[in-house]
Structure formats: structure tokens, C-alpha cells
Design a protein around this ligand. Structure first.
Ligand code: FA5
Length: 355
């Protein structure tokens, strides 16, 4: 190797040692880019070393070129490893500085956190939902969950809705750009339960649902329901009535006036609407019951054979009953709450009344 080539090789090795030290002693992530540019950038040190290539033989050029390429990939690897270690340090520091124990009262937040010192409360809808979960699990029901962003199939198709059913239209349903939708009812989890569990089965599905609604004293765009479904060899309307009476008796602990009337839902046959005498006005008429004295809270029915079939079961062998409780409205009846909008308006003087 000529002395010129030897010198270039030495320069490359010296540059490598220099970069190594610079990376090791770097104090912050932003200096890594400076190190890269000063070594490998267009006007960097490697470029000026490689200007000496012109005077070398083709064999020497290829040898020095190889060493330069090795240096480049070595530097890139070292820089990205150092970058990762900076990120790790950043998150370790964040976890240490911003850690606090949420179970300690009064809360001790890191400096700079703006937070009320008041103890948190359970939302009135959660209180009633928890009680209902206890009641139904004590009767052998499992609690199921499902996605809030659903497919058309689970929300409508599997529930025997025809393609032109009005509920699919934009007035009622929020659609995403990818053609998914925000589930409009907890019945969307019926098909998931039928597919994933073995009959006989008893399930409840508490959860949040969404509708493109005009909001008023008894209608929200985002509200809570609790689905109930039983699948067994022989299921009748009396099973359904027993479940609904148990539910209402346990929540209200007194006789409440109800009425059952025919109701149409494509996924049940026969279908019913269960209304409660409005407990906000005692039945005299108010904005919650729209001056009728009655509030729709608990539609229900016997599961349609098509739904059982789509769920993968033989409707000749299996029958079902289902209900879809409107949780917000039930809680309104329970506490005499005169406007559904209180539940979501984060008004502490409302929210702190319940526990
Ligand atoms: C349903 O959603 C059916 N999936 C219920 C069902 C399940 C029927 C199983 C049969 C078998 P509906 O649209 O009526 O039905 O809603 C059920 C309940 O949710 C209503 O009775 C009411 O209490 C409540 N609800 C409906 N829309 C709203 C709203 N915009 N705001 C608050 N509560 C509502």
C-alpha cells in the first residue's frame, strides 16, 4: 500500500476514534445530529478525507472506499443506539418525576399539576350499573363487553335489520370514514356472545352507546344501556317478565307502576316496550315523559330465530329472550332527575349528591 493510501486509512481510523468519543460524551439528543453532520455530512470530515482518493490506484481506492463505508454504517449504528438510550433515560426520568400514588388521600401531585383536592366520587350511572351487575351475576349471568366502534354486521346485519332499515341512515348513526360505526345499542354484542359462548348462556352487556340524536330532557347522543340475553332449550315470555320484575324490584325496592305494550325490533319476535310511570312528575306530565306520564326504559322480547341462526346456533334447538335497559333513564327514575344532560355536564354539585 502506498504511503498516501496508508495516510488515508489512518485518517479514517482517527476519525472513527474521534466520533466514538463524541458520541460517548454527548449530553443531549440534539447534539447527535451535529456529530453526524460534522463526520458524514457533505461538508464533513470524511468527505474531505476522501478528496485524497484521486491520487490512488484502483485497488487502493476500493480498499479505502470499503473502510469509508464501514465507518459510515458504524457511525449510523452508534448514533441510533445512543438515541435509544437517550429515549430510555427520558422515560425513566418522566416516570420518576411524574409518579404519584393515586390511592393516597389527600393526593400529592407533582408540582405544577392543577387538580382538585376533593375526593373523587362514583358516577350515579356507575353506581346503578354496579348494583345491576351484582344482581345479575348472582343469578348466574356473565358480564360481556364489546367494542364501541362496531361493524355494520354486529350492530345491524346480525340482528336481522334489513339493508334499508331507517336506523342505518345518517340521522341516527355516527359512521366513521372507514365505514365503521359507533354502536347504537348494546344489542350489538348479542352476535358476539352467541359466537363466543356455548349455550345455554346468560349474559348482560353494560356499556356506552351513541346516536345522532336531537338532545333534550330525556335524549342524549351518548348514553348507557344494559343488554340482557338468555339462551336455553325452552325460553318464554314469562322468563323475560321474571327477569324484568327482579331487576326493577331490586333497584327500586318498592312497587313501581309499569306497562307492557307491543314494540317492534327486528331482532325479537314478539317484541315489547316496557314503560315506567314517570317518577320525575309522578305521572302528571313533564319534559322527561313528554307530558305522557310514561317513560320508555326497558324494551325486550324473544330472540328472533334469524338472530340465533346467524349466531351459529340451531333455532330449532335453542330459544332466547333479551332486553335492552336504558340505564340513564332508569337512574333518572331512581333519583327523580329532571334532565338527562346532568349526567355529562361535569357539574360537581350534581355529581356529589349520590355517594
Ligand atoms: C334498543 O336500543 C334495543 N336494542 C333494545 C332491545 C334489546 C330490544 C333487546 C329488544 C331486545 P331502544 O332504541 O328503544 O331499543 O333503546 C332502548 C332504551 O335506551 C330506551 O328504552 C331508552 O330508555 C334508552 N334510550 C334510547 N335512546 C336514548 C337516548 N337518545 N338517550 C337516552 N336514552 C335512550
Amino acid at each position: 500500500m502506498s504511503s498516501n493510501a496508508g495516510k488515508l486509512l489512518d485518517d479514517i481510523n482517527n476519525l472513527k476514534a474521534e466520533i466514538e468519543t463524541n458520541i460517548k460524551t454527548a449530553k443531549e439528543e440534539s447534539s447527535l445530529e451535529e456529530i453526524r453532520l460534522s463526520a458524514l455530512g457533505k461538508k464533513g470530515k470524511l468527505t474531505s478525507i476522501l478528496k485524497g482518493l484521486a491520487s490512488l490506484s484502483p485497488e487502493e481506492k476500493s480498499e479505502i472506499g470499503k473502510a469509508a463505508n464501514e465507518l459510515k454504517s458504524y457511525v449510523e449504528n452508534e448514533l441510533s443506539a445512543k438515541k435509544e438510550s437517550f429515549e430510555e433515560l427520558y422515560y425513566e426520568k418522566l416516570a420518576k418525576d411524574e409518579w404519584y400514588d393515586v390511592t393516597v388521600f389527600p393526593p400529592r401531585f407533582p408540582e405544577g399539576f392543577l387538580c382538585s383536592k376533593e375526593r373523587g366520587r362514583i358516577h350515579p350511572i356507575s353506581i346503578t350499573q354496579n348494583r345491576l351487575e351484582e344482581i345479575f351475576t348472582s343469578m348466574g349471568f356473565s358480564i360481556l363487553d364489546g367494542p364501541q366502534v362496531e361493524t355494520d354486521f354486529h350492530n345491524f346485519g346480525a340482528l336481522n335489520f334489513t339493508d334499508d332499515h331507517p336506523a342505518r341512515e345518517m340521522q341516527d348513526t355516527f359512521y366513521t370514514e372507514q365505514n365503521h360505526l359507533l354502536r347504537t345499542h348494546t344489542s350489538a354484542v348479542q352476535a358476539r356472545g352467541l359466537k363466543s359462548l356455548k349455550p345455554p348462556m346468560r349474559i348482560i352487556v353494560p356499556g356506552r352507546v351513541f346516536r345522532y340524536e336531537e338532545v333534550d330532557a330525556s335524549h342524549e347522543h351518548t348514553f348507557y344501556q344494559m343488554e340482557g340475553m338468555i339462551i336455553d332449550k325452552e325460553v318464554s315470555v314469562s322468563h323475560l317478565l321474571f327477569l324484568m320484575h327482579t331487576l326493577l324490584d331490586e333497584i327500586f325496592k318498592r312497587k313501581v307502576e309499569i306497562r307492557l305494550r307491543p314494540g317492534y325490533f327486528p331482532f325479537v319476535e314478539p317484541g315489547f316496550e316496557l314503560d315506567m310511570r314517570c317518577l320525575v312528575c309522578g305521572g302528571d306530565g313533564c319534559p322527561v315523559c313528554k307530558k305522557t306520564g310514561w317513560v320508555e326504559v326497558l324494551p325486550c322480547g324473544l330472540v328472533h330465530p334469524n338472530v340465533i341462526k346467524t349466531g351459529g346456533l340451531d333455532p330449532e334447538k335453542w330459544q332466547g329472550a333479551a332486553f335492552g335497559l336504558g340505564l340513564n333513564r332508569l337512574v333518572m327514575m331512581e333519583h327523580g332527575i329532571e334532565d338527562i344532560r346532568y349526567f355529562q355536564n361535569t357539574n360537581m354539585s350534581f355529581l356529589t349528591q349520590f355517594n
